[in-house]
Design a protein around this ligand. Structure first.
Ligand code: COA
Length: 256
């Protein structure tokens, strides 16, 4: 069986790398299944505090695998139920850092938008080119892109299929940081290491709360945030974090 996903643990970081370089990491069903299984395993592993998802230098991912869809009927697509895998990514509780270099298109761009902190190489190119092959985004592209970038820019990308640069993506709030090409992976690893120093429980609840902003009205989101904030006062990590600050020492978080 080919290794569509390379799995590696670095300290407390669960790393998953897309590994179909000859197909620009196009996301076929086997890749998505292995990726989601890996992320869920990391999510359940108490030794892992965050995840790092990357492609290679030439591509994060150039979209869903067109070979698998070209001759599919609507019934094939319906029964395949490929979006069930994406729903499982949505339920991952630990933060996912994405390291993006090269092409980040279609399903690749949608996968990137499922991640929490996105580090992009200055050479990265983003787009939703589905319109060029007679379809449209199906894994959240029209919704997440519009919420991040606004209607005018999302329409431009989705209706023309044009690619944008990393700096344009940064300006649209699609990525968190743009770094020189040689640092795309190292910077993402550094951010992941930084996350490992934080309270794991606070990280999860903070992620949940930020994501809630996509789904609710502001007043409902604020109420939700407040409840999660109160909940953190039930954790030993909150006591440790605040005590360590007052005692002028680094905190030691146990995830309890
Ligand atoms: N699905 C399946 N295969 C893909 C793919 C995809 N989404 N994207 C790239 N590939 C394959 C190509 O078919 C080619 O395979 P081959 O060498 O066996 O012919 C290989 O990856 C390299 O791609 P190629 O097109 O030769 O590279 P390029 O540098 O000339 O162009 C892109 C790069 C990204 C512009 C071009 O590959 C492209 O437009 N891909 C499709 C993007 C897309 O429409 N994504 C949304 C899908 S719903």
């Amino acid at each position: 069986m080919p290794d569509e996903i390379l799995i590696e643990t670095i300290d407390q970081i669960g790393v998953a790398r897309l590994n179909r370089p000859d197909k620009l990491n196009a996301l076929n069903l086997a890749t998505m299944t292995k990726l989601v299984d890996a992320l869920e395993r990391y999510d359940a592993d108490p030794e892992i505090r965050c995840m790092l998802l990357a492609g290679d230098e030439r591509a994060f991912a150039a979209g869903a695998d067109i070979n698998e869809m070209a001759d599919a009927t609507v019934v094939d697509m319906y029964l395949r139920n490929q979006f069930a895998r994406w729903e499982r990514i949505k339920r991952i509780q630990k933060p996912i850092v994405a390291a993006i270099s090269g092409y980040c298109l279609g399903g690749g761009c949608e996968l990137m938008m499922h991640c929490d902190i996105v580090i992009a190489s200055e050479n990265a190119r983003f787009g939703q080119p589905e319109i060029n092959i007679g379809v449209m985004p199906g894994a959240g592209g029209t919704q997440r892109l519009t919420r991040s970038a606004g209607k005018a820019r999302a329409m431009d990308m989705v209706l023309t299929g044009h690619m944008i640069s990393a700096h344009e993506a940064l300006g649209m709030g699609l990525v968190s940081r743009v770094v020189p090409a040689e640092h795309w992976y190292r910077e993402a690893l550094n951010v992941s290491r930084e996350l490992c120093t934080k309270s794991p429980l606070a990280l999860r609840l903070a992620k949940e709360s930020v994501l809630k902003a996509h789904e609710t009205a502001l007043s409902e989101g604020l109420e939700y945030e407040r409840k999660l904030f109160y909940l953190l006062f039930a954790t030993a990590d909150q006591k440790e974090g605040m005590r360590a600050f007052l005692e002028k020492r680094p905190p030691v978080y146990l995830g309890k």
